[in-house]
Design a protein around this ligand. Sequence first.
Ligand code: ASP
Length: 335
Amino acid sequence: MRYLFVFLFSCCSYSSVLAQNHVLVIHGGAGSLTPGSVSPGKEAAYRHGMQKALNAGNRILKNGGTATDAVVAAIKVLEDDSLFNAGKGAVFTAAGRNELDASIMDGKTLKAGAVAGVTTVKNPITAARAVMDKSPHVLMAGKGAELFAEKQGCTIMPASYFRTEEQYNTIMDIRRAEQKEQEQKHGSLRQPENPDFKYGTVGAVALDKYGNLAAGTSTGGMTNKSFGRIGDSPIIGAGTYANNNTCAISCTGWGEYFIRLVMAKSISDRIELAHMSLDDAANEMMMKRLPELGGDGGMIGLDRKGNIVNYFNTPGMFRAYIKWNGESAIEMYRK
Ligand code: ASP
């Protein structure tokens, strides 16, 4: 009798685990995006890029893959798309280079991996994953991270692969403007005076059929960054965080502020310690604490029940989601 009970109980809990509904949410950066500021052709290209990323991640979730695999798959698509500031198409540093950062976290195990300042890894998110899965470390930077990524089989590209004319012209415009003004408004981290300007970092959060959460972020950082500057994207707890007990978060925006606020973990802590909902926690951090400090940007979040949130205090943010039942949306502007 006792065995029958145990058998029935484990069958029930197994099926309830399998019955978990999967969800994928992505972002492609926050910035000065307003209706009309992007040409219709370019808007269609952004939407197409986000749709491709949703499809890649959702295919994995649908077939019983893990949230971590889905996050990597979605981010890889966005890294390969030169419209976004991650992988190919990354912004330029003041020294005229593309230096890439990425991170990933598994909400079930709290394992995490990240790389910073890499210049040759085609898909930095795969290097972050390798750090998580195949090393005892969490964050690797520069040459060492590149060597490790190569050893782990990540695709390596010449530095010229990441260059796009659009981003190159942007850094050239900034240099010209700087020379003219001879002043730096916000230190050396200036955003371009470009109507098409976007931060363009990419990120994904996912919930799989087994009830596990994961989060990842990938970026070229901020235009004109200098002296080895690293933003929030590869910092676990700042730009990325996932914990099955609370939520999965990926951020984008002015990284210094997200680091100082420990943004992603602060949202998670509000849920865990103050028993706030994901929505209330994200709202307080993004719409109160971030602007109070003078920062701007956005975030996406997801909890184990499949609740999705996004907040941004910039005019717009590229964002999209798809749910187990096929419900899906792609958005760019403030509603
Ligand atoms: N958060 C990134 C950084 O500061 C930039 C971005 O999200 O656009 O490096």
